[in-house]
Write a protein of this length. Structure first.
Length: 250
């Protein structure tokens, strides 16, 4: 039995603060309202992949959805729904995370903001539990907040990355939020310290010794045995002079 979204009190994070006339770190907005050329439509599709997947390899791309969007058979909101319900997203974000972490990922990617508090995570997690992933995605995309900010034709983006009093903005969510939570990162062996050692011992090409540099022969020089052989100790009384001196017969 599906239950309605539980009530929670929205806090006041970055995106709820008015600009007050100060310059803001505005994200690039991609919308089919002003995208007409194939190149511009390709940029919009790539922006959607970056927002939802962070990066899409060739086998991650949904070519059928892309074709439908290019031909205006579906809206951007339908395209975002297809990406959220794709096998790649389900396997990478839903199967590898708890419901709370999955909700956090989806709110950041779909609504363009961080979750307000633990109460919001619990409320949306109850939707995942009762309606499943599809019902949860539909509720997010049909929410008043999504329609008001992105509508049918705009790719979701990181809203209000800076406050008027700050000089440095926030890093986008798709970069700061790991795809897997701590439990699954530990199971998969992340982080792998072997790469840390490689990076720590890396020497740039400019600092590497060139041909003829004496340091290149240091290991060879160290391998040479510098100790001479011990001379033989033979007493003169043990030398047979007659046999030692060559004798020539006539």
């Amino acid at each position: 039995m599906a239950i309605p979204l539980l009530a929670y009190s929205p806090t006041c994070p970055n995106q709820r603060v008015d600009a007050l006339g100060a310059p803001d770190d505005e994200a690039i907005i991609y919308s089919t309202d002003n995208q007409y050329s194939p190149t511009e439509m390709g940029d919009l599709i790539n922006a959607a992949y970056r927002q939802i997947f962070f990066h899409a390899f060739r086998w991650d791309r949904e070519t059928i959805l892309e074709s439908q969007l290019r031909n205006r058979q579906i809206t951007v909101r339908d395209f975002i729904r297809g990406l959220l319900l794709s096998n790649t997203f389900i396997d990478s974000f839903y199967n590898k995370n708890s419901n709370y972490r999955f909700v956090e990922h989806c709110v950041q990617k779909v609504l363009g903001r961080k979750v307000y508090n633990e109460a919001e995570k619990i409320a949306w997690s109850a939707v995942v539990m009762t309606k499943g992933v599809k019902g949860f995605v539909d509720d997010l995309l049909n929410s008043e907040e999504y329609i008001e900010n992105f509508g049918e034709n705009t790719v979701p983006y990181h809203r209000r990355r800076t406050l008027p009093s700050r000089t440095l903005g926030e890093t986008p969510f798709n970069i700061t939020s790991p795809r897997y939570d701590g439990y699954y990162r530990a199971k998969l062996g992340f982080p792998q310290t072997i790469w840390q050692e490689v990076v720590r011992n890396f020497t740039s090409y400019e600092n590497r010794p060139k041909n003829g540099d004496p340091s290149l022969f240091l290991n060879m020089a160290r391998s040479v045995n510098t100790q001479g052989g011990n001379p033989g100790r033979t007493s003169v009384y043990d030398i047979d002079i007659e046999k030692s001196v060559p004798y020539r017969k006539r």
